[in-house]
Structure formats: C-alpha cells, structure tokens
Design a binder for this molecule. Structure first.
Ligand code: FES
Length: 90
C-alpha cells in the first residue's frame, strides 16, 4: 500500500550472513491508468540536478497524469481525473 506521498518501503535482497542488504535492480512499471512505479536503488533529481528526498524508500510512484498536488510524486489524483492512457506507457 502506498502512502499519499507516493512512497513505500523498499524491497531489499538479503545476501546472507556477513553481507549487507543489497537493493534490487531498478524497475519502472507503467500502471494502467495510473503512475509510474519506480522500484530499486535510484536517485531522483529535479531539473537543476538537485536530489529530491525520497526518505528511506527505494520504491515510489511518479505522476503520469499531471494532476498531482505533490509532483513529481503521485498523490492518487489520477483516479478523480479518470486518467486514461494506453499500455505503451504514453
Ligand atoms: S498519476 Fe497519480 S496523480 Fe498523476
């Protein structure tokens, strides 16, 4: 379940005793009629190259509809806007 700020706890791979928890590779999933779900160790930066804080989360959703009041994150506004998009990610 995602919080209203578009962030959720990260998934980590446990490589065993003596090894650090290592993040999975980055995946960006296009959700039908919804945001982009970004999972994995990625740094999010603004147009000036400044890092955008995603807290201790590696997974977050980015607004695709343009309706979020918390851009670049999705806040769920796409549902009220009845956002439509095809499955190609456009
Ligand atoms: S995609 Fe969710 S608010 Fe835009």
């Amino acid at each position: 379940m995602l919080a209203g700020n578009g962030l959720k706890k990260s998934k980590m791979n446990n490589l065993g005793e003596g090894n650090k928890l290592m993040p999975e590779s980055v995946t960006i999933k296009v959700r039908d009629r919804g945001p982009y779900l970004v999972s994995g160790p990625v740094k999010l930066v603004d147009s000036q190259g400044n890092e955008i804080d995603v807290g201790d989360c590696d997974d977050f959703v980015l607004c695709r509809c343009g309706q979020s009041a918390n851009r670049p994150f999705c806040d769920g506004a796409h549902k009220q806007a009845e956002f439509e998009a095809d499955r190609s990610g456009s």
